[in-house]
Design a protein around this ligand. Structure first.
Ligand code: IDP
Length: 385
C-alpha cells in the first residue's frame, strides 16, 4: 500500500464515492469576505499520524504541516517515517503482541511531535491485504487491540480511525497520488498515467480509460467513479487479493490455504534445486524448497505461475498499447534488485525487460522479504508494450 501526504493537500478537490472518512484535524475556519482583515503573522503548525498496516510490515508516517494563511491550504513541511516487520497479520494469534508493535511506533510519534500538539494530532491506521486475508474474527481482534492502544495514547483518535481499507480505495488513492505528483491532476485532464502497485498480499491496477469500450467491457465492480473538479472520473481499478508478491508465491507453491504445514514441504521449479527454507507470512510458517531431483527454470516456473493466475486476471485491451504506468512497491524493489533501474532515481522499463531478466534467472530472488526502502520511493515507471 502507499498512502501519500499530497492527498491531504488535495482533499478539497477529491470527493470519492466510496467511504473515505475525512481524518484531517479540525479545519481552521475559512475567513469570509466580510471577516477581513486577516490576522497579522498568522501561522499554524499541525501534525498528523498515519499508520500503513501492510501485509509485510507496519509503517508510521508523521506529517508536519504549516499553514501560513487561514484561507490557504496547509503545506507539508516534513515527513518522518519508521517501519517494523513483520506486519500486523503475523500476530493473528497473538493480538496483544501485534498491538505492542504499534505502541513502539507511537513512541516515535511522541518523540517527533511537540507535547502541546499531541491532543490535537489525529492518529489513523489503515490496514491492507494482510488483514483482508485473515479470518474476520482474527482481523477484528487485531484492530480492537490497536484501537485500545490509540485510545490510551495522548493523541486525537477520530471516529473509525482503525480500519481495513478496501482494495478499490487502495487503488484509487494510489492513482490520485501518482497523478498529483506527476502534475496530471487538474480539471478536464485527459493525459493521466496508470498505476501498478505490487504489495505482499494484493496487487492493484488503476487507470483512466481513454476508450468507452474499456468501461463497458470491464466487470462492473472494476469501475470506480470519483468526483474531482466538478466532474466525474470513471476509473478502471481492481485489487487482486492473494496475488501480491508473497501471497502469489505461496499460491504457486500450493501452500496458501494448505494444511499439514508442520510436515509438508512445498516445492517449486521457480526455486533453485537445492534451495530449502522456512517462509513466514500472515502468522504461518511454510517449508519450501526447489525440486532436488527435478528441474528449475523459466519455462517450468512460468507454467506453475500461469496455473495460479489463469482465469483470474482481467486484461483490458487498451493497456496493450502505449499507455504509461507508474509501478511501485515490489515492482520497484524487484526492478532495482535485478539491475533494471537505479535505486535512487527510478527509471523506465518495459514488461519485456522483466521477462528477459527472469529468463536469465536474475529475478529468481528467493528471499521472501526484501529490504524495505525509505518512505519516499521514486517510482519506477513502466511503459507497457
Ligand atoms: O510508503 C511507501 N512508499 C513506497 N513503497 C512502500 C511504502 N510502504 C510500503 N511500500 C512497499 O510495499 C511493498 C509491501 O507491501 P505491503 O506489505 O504493504 O503489502 P499489501 O499492500 O499487500 O498489504 C514493499 O515493496 C514496500 O517497499
Amino acid at each position: 500500500t502507499y498512502y501519500n501526504h499530497h492527498i491531504y493537500n488535495r482533499y478539497r478537490a477529491l470527493n470519492h464515492h466510496a467511504n473515505m472518512d475525512n481524518q484531517l484535524p479540525p479545519e481552521v475556519p475559512v475567513a469570509k469576505e466580510e471577516v477581513a482583515p486577516r490576522p497579522v503573522n498568522f501561522s499554524r503548525t499541525f501534525y498528523g499520524i498515519m499508520f500503513d498496516a501492510g501485509s509485510t510490515g507496519t509503517r508510521i508516517h508523521i506529517y508536519k504541516f504549516i499553514q501560513k494563511d487561514p484561507v490557504e491550504l496547509p503545506v507539508l513541511d516534513n515527513e518522518m517515517y519508521h517501519a517494523v516487520k513483520p506486519g500486523l497479520s503475523a500476530y493473528a494469534d497473538m493480538p496483544a503482541m501485534g498491538g505492542e508493535t504499534i505502541r513502539q511506533l507511537l513512541k516515535v510519534a511522541k518523540k517527533t511531535i511537540p507535547k502541546e500538539q499531541w491532543i490535537q494530532t489525529p492518529v489513523v491506521l489503515k490496514a491492507t491485504a494482510g488483514l483482508r486475508l485473515l479470518p474476520q474474527e482474527k482481523a477484528k481482534a487485531l484492530l480492537d487491540e490497536v484501537k485500545e492502544i490509540f485510545d490510551d495514547s495522548p493523541f486525537f483518535v477520530p471516529n473509525n480511525s482503525v480500519t481495513i481499507m478496501n482494495g478499490t480505495n487502495e487503488g484509487v488513492l494510489a492513482w490520485v497520488t501518482v497523478n498529483f505528483l506527476t502534475g496530471h491532476l487538474y480539471a478536464k485532464t485527459k493525459r493521466t498515467v496508470g498505476i501498478l502497485d505490487l504489495g505482499g498480499g494484493s496487487t492493484q491496477i488503476t487507470f483512466l480509460p481513454r476508450l468507452k469500450k474499456t468501461v463497458l467491457t470491464a466487470p462492473e465492480d472494476y469501475i470506480a467513479r470519483i468526483n474531482m473538479f466538478n466532474s466525474t472520473f470513471e476509473l478502471y481499478t481492481h485489487s487482486y487479493l492473494g496475488n501480491g508478491l508473497i501471497a502469489a508465491r505461496l499460491a504457486t507453491l500450493g501452500a496458501l490455504g494448505a494444511d499439514g504445514l508442520d510436515w509438508k514441504v512445498f516445492r517449486s521449479s521457480c526455486l533453485p534445486k537445492k534451495f530449502r527454507e522456512d517462509w513466514s507470512f500472515g502468522g504461518l510458517t511454510y517449508k519450501v524448497s526447489g525440486i532436488p531431483d527435478g528441474f528449475a527454470g523459466y519455462k517450468l516456473c512460468y507454467q506453475e505461475v500461469l496455473r495460479v493466475v489463469k482465469g483470474i486476471v482481467h486484461q483490458p485491451f487498451e493497456v496493450k498499447g502505449s499507455s504509461i504506468f507508474y509501478a511501485f512497491s515490489y515492482y520497484y524493489d524487484r526492478a532495482v534488485e535485478s539491475g533494471l533501474i537505479d535505486g535512487s532515481r527510478g527509471g523506465t522499463v518495459e514488461v519485456r525487460d522483466f521477462k528477459k531478466r527472469a529468463k536469465e534467472g536474475k529475478t529468481l530472488d528467493v528471499l521472501p522479504f526484501s529490504k524495505e526502502h525509505s518512505g519516499q520511493s521514486p517510482a519506477a515507471h513502466i511503459a507497457q508494450t
